[in-house]
Design a protein around this ligand. Sequence first.
Ligand SMILES: [Zn+2]
Length: 115
Amino acid sequence: MAEIRNCSARVYDSSIRTSFMCSKAAKVERDGHWYCTIHDPVRRRAAQEKSNAAHNARMEANRRASALEEAMSMLGKEVFAAYHDDSTTIAEFGDVVANLCEATKAAIAPPPEAP
Ligand SMILES: [Zn+2]
């Protein structure tokens, strides 16, 4: 019969400001210590990495949304000004629109990969 071991993680309870040994049955051994599925360092690290990736994705989505909003605001103002400037030629107006479309595209482009 397999030996039943308790998890070797210490759990801190902030409400009573003390820590104690986890009372759950250990399921996995990591570097000579046994852990329950909640305190398994490999699972915890994987969960943390997943959480970090989700956080980074949300931050990047927010950054792109802000950059797009800023670029669209700039696009609108410059196109409006060029449209209402009687001296603007059709070619110049086209250039204003093209330049600002490029600025919009650059604003929402993903950041370069870290080396
Ligand atoms: Zn545990």
